[in-house]
Ligand binder design. Structure first.
Ligand SMILES: Nc1ncnc2c1ncn2[C@@H]1O[C@H](COP(=O)(O)OP(=O)(O)O)[C@@H](O)[C@H]1O
Ligand SMILES: CC(=O)OP(=O)(O)O
Ligand SMILES: [Mg+2]
Length: 392
């Protein structure tokens, strides 16, 4: 086998990370020996006019792009492929070497993450077909949340019904919450085991988590990635009776309501745009719908910060991450404003400075540090994958 020495030790140093989303495939090639990233890219608008027809086609495009640069899946330097898999149910709480049985189990979890798991399965299939001898590792979005205690993950519904259908809070974006909570401790010069952090992952999907001494104790996404914060196109929290009402009175079918809440709600549903940059531009022109969307988004965020402060008891840091969290000073300012009673005081000048490095944006005297900490799900997936494959 290539990539191994005579003793069977893995000598190859590169990991290809595949992150198949609902409408995109992101990839990165990372070299674990020197920290370099020889390739990175994204295939977007899958299923839309002008984009790839489906995930299988998108993944073949990725493989072709890599091959054209001499970095294809046949490369002997490749030690493994690391796949982001969104739903791992209760079974997968650690990175897992993929075989037929694991792949079938990931497929079985698809009803719990219909926008994500089927895409992840396709990614695994295409990579295995192209390079059957290469280890493929699944790194689960749900894994970091496996430490959430039962009083936090259990919904207050009939236990038998819930257990019969695996209905509980799972939580997602765990790879990001894990990476960012640790990076936040590092930024503060402290041991992750001794700090309590609220992580706000604000991308297209958005979620909050409460991390106590390195372990997740609460998170905002639930059975599926629909619960919690207001997102680009997802509603987040609502009264479940909204669903019954739309079915009985609105005459909508379940599938239509599913699409409404997952794809036509959130910022998009409120104002017609799901990109925070466009919303900021419209707000500057005095657009009332854009302003309302922003206000609903921020109000929900503040409620979670308050709730997670109560869950943790003592908060050392609040970390903003992902596209919105890392780039929108306006969201951070609005979310953190007027929280002096919670020990939070933003420094408006620090907050306004743009940058790509992890940084503290709270005032010197703020009891709770507020930080911008860029997430790096690909690095985290590559490290977990490489460590599993090499035993190092
Ligand atoms: N400069 C910026 N200002 C405000 N929001 C931004 C900026 N850059 C990106 N974003 C937001 O980040 C979002 C995407 O975040 P990202 O973490 O890349 O999402 P995902 O990984 O879920 O696709 C975009 O929808 C956009 O609203
Ligand atoms: C789980 C989830 O919401 O992921 P994403 O933000 O990539 O859609
Ligand atoms: Mg993301």
């Amino acid at each position: 086998m290539t990539g191994h020495n005579r003793e069977g030790t893995v000598t190859a140093t590169r990991v290809l990370v595949l992150n198949s989303g609902s409408s995109s495939v992101k990839y990165q090639l990372l070299d674990m020996a020197d920290g370099s990233r020889p390739a990175a890219g994204i295939v977007e608008r899958i299923g839309e006019p002008g984009g790839a027809a489906d995930h299988a086609e998108a993944l073949k495009t990725v493989a072709a792009e890599l091959a054209a640069r001499g970095l294809g899946l046949d490369s002997p330097e490749l030690a493994a492929v690391g796949h982001r898999v969104v739903h791992g149910g209760t079974r997968f709480t650690a990175p897992t070497l993929i075989d037929d049985e694991v792949l079938a189990a990931v497929e079985e979890l698809a009803p719990l993450a219909p926008l994500h798991n089927p895409a992840n399965v396709t990614g695994i299939r295409v990579a295995r077909d192209l390079r059957p001898d290469l280890p493929q590792v699944a790194v689960f979005d749900t894994a970091f949340h496996s430490t959430v205690p039962e009083h936090a993950y259990r919904y207050a519904i009939d236990r038998e019904t819930a257990d019969a259908h695996q209905v509980r809070r799972y939580g997602f974006h765990g790879t990001s919450h894990a990476y960012v909570s640790r990076a936040t401790a590092r930024l503060l010069g402290r041991d992750p085991a001794e700090v309590n952090v609220i992580v706000l992952h604000l991308g297209n999907g958005a979620s909050a988590s409460a991390v106590r001494g390195g372990e997740c104790v609460e998170t905002s996404m639930g059975l599926t990635p629909l619960e919690g914060l207001v997102m680009g196109t997802r509603s987040g929290d609502l009264d479940p009776a909204v669903v019954f009402h739309l079915a009985r009175v609105g005459g909508m079918r379940v599938a239509e309501i599913d699409t409404l809440l997952n794809k036509r709600s959130g910022l998009l549903g409120l104002c017609g745009d799901n990109d925070m940059r466009e919303i900021a531009r419209r707000m500057a022109e005095g657009d009332a719908a854009a302003q309302l969307a922003f206000d609903v988004y921020v109000h929900r965020l503040r409620k979670y910060v308050g709730a997670y402060t109560a869950v943790l008891g003592r908060v050392d840091a609040i970390a903003f991450t992902a596209g919105v969290g890392e780039n929108s000073a306006a969201v951070r300012a609005a979310a953190m404003g007027g929280l002096e009673a919670l020990g939070v005081e933003l420094d408006p000048v620090r907050n306004a400075v743009r940058g790509s490095a992890a940084r503290v944006v709270s005032a010197g005297g703020s009891r709770v540090a507020v930080a911008v900490v860029p997430t790096d799900e690909e690095l985290e997936i590559a490290q977990q994958t490489y460590s599993l494959v090499t035993g190092r």
